[in-house]
Design a protein. Structure first.
Length: 418
């Protein structure tokens, strides 16, 4: 059939399992990774644009690597909701404001919740193709600044007719094609995999507790670049993730009502937090590492991107992780650290159940339920965190992944370098 022929041609050009790990693992390195602390919705970073947050994180990454902005050939930044007047120019403005030459290139991309991961993949591809030697990748999101829109106004509005405001944030969290809010996709997974409200509450509590323990042990210090904020008492350093609620208890979670479905699993405590923030992951070729005397922290060892039914988009990490591992010639058991973005507790638990993820090595420092999930930034946060934790724990292999609204999944594999 035509479908079979088309599929065969596509697989011939790009096989589902590409054993390219030898090329990838010897050529693309993470040499720095920094992020802002994540601000709560309407919180400490509400007045800071996505561009400004990304510039802050990117400058911190350059400082960590000992590089200048002019050393960067390419800037690739993920962003989902264009929340301010400069957002359409985001990556270019970031590059210029962090000191990159005007001859450098810039790309702002949107793979929804996988955007931060995707920038690392695009950056690695540019380096592998010889198009760049040093690439600033990252992701930024100001969900607090997501505007309200008025549609069909440009060419006139009928006198006396009502004006309808559209919340672009809510629109961004709803799949119009499938007619499904993201939370309902989590409820669909809960039903499909037999996941209970009690299990979701227990996982949400674990996320908060693990974040609290990690924060107390200063495990985020290496990745966070504090932001100086103005206050009535003068400048103060903002250096912690504002959305986290370490005081959360099983009892307080149990009292929260389900939001999207009667007797459902998604509550204000079992969903990822709406938040603001940015992350930067600086990539370099082997040649650039030698030329600039850089310290490589990890090698980008492989990746996977997959599609899945939109109605259960949260299961997307499963095929993406399998693809990434197969391409790198590794097994899930080889991974020392894993973080799957916690879009919803039910979504994470479905992925864990399907893959058999080891709880002892997965989301060890909590995740987006505690930290928050600024859409375009989370992939950069996760990969930066894993990079630093590989060294803090003296481990070798790490895997980060996320589900993607609309029905996709993405995963990136790292190997520590010392």
């Amino acid at each position: 059939s035509h479908l079979t022929t088309a599929t065969a041609k596509r697989q011939f050009i790009l096989p589902p399992v590409l054993h390219t790990h030898e090329i990838i693992m010897t050529s693309v390195f993470i040499v720095a990774a920094k992020r802002t602390p994540f601000g709560a919705f309407g919180g400490k970073l509400a007045g800071m644009t996505a561009t400004a947050m990304q510039v802050h994180a990117s400058k911190a990454a350059l400082a960590e690597a000992g590089l200048k902005g002019s050393d960067v050939d390419s800037v690739i930044i993920g962003n989902v909701i264009q929340s301010d007047s400069g957002s359409a120019y985001l990556a270019r403005h970031v590059g210029l404001q962090m000191g990159a030459d005007e001859s450098s290139t810039a790309l702002t991309l949107n793979r929804l919740c996988g955007s931060g991961f995707q920038t690392i993949i695009n950056g690695a591809q540019e380096i592998m193709l010889g198009e760049a030697s040093i690439v600033m990748t990252g992701g930024a999101e100001s969900m607090s600044q997501a505007p309200f829109a008025v549609r069909d106004m440009r060419f006139g509005h009928k006198f006396g007719s009502p004006t309808k405001f559209e919340d672009t944030l809510w629109s961004g969290l709803t799949d119009a094609h499938a007619g499904t809010p993201m939370a309902i996709t989590a409820e669909n997974l809960a039903e499909k995999y037999g996941i209970t409200r009690a299990q979701c509450d227990a996982f949400a509590l674990q996320s908060q507790q693990r974040w609290a323990a990690a924060n107390e042990a200063k495990k985020f210090a290496a990745e966070i670049a504090p932001i100086e904020l103005k206050s009535r008492k003068g400048p103060v350093a903002f250096d912690f993730d504002e959305h986290a609620r370490p005081q959360t208890t099983a009892e307080s979670l149990a009292k929260l009502p389900p939001v999207f479905k009667k007797d459902g699993t998604v509550t204000g405590g079992t969903a990822s937090g709406i938040a603001d923030g940015a992350g930067a992951v600086l990539l370099a070729s082997e040649e650039a590492v030698k030329k600039h005397g850089l310290k490589p922290l990890a090698r980008v060892a492989g990746w996977g991107i997959s599609g899945c039914p939109p109605q259960i988009m949260g299961i997307g990490p499963v095929p993406a992780i399998k693809q990434a591992l197969a391409r790198a010639g590794k097994q899930l058991a080889d991974m020392d650290l894993v973080e799957v973005n916690e879009a919803f507790a039910a979504q994470f638990l479905a992925v864990q159940k399907e893959l058999g993820l080891d709880d002892a090595v997965t989301n060890k420092c909590g995740g987006a339920i505690a930290i928050g999930h600024p859409l375009g930034a989370s992939g950069s946060r996760i990969m930066g965190h894993l990079t630093h934790q590989l060294h803090a724990e003296n481990k070798q292999w790490a895997l980060g992944a996320a589900c993607i609204g609309g029905g996709q999944g993405i995963a990136v594999l790292l190997e520590a370098t010392r």
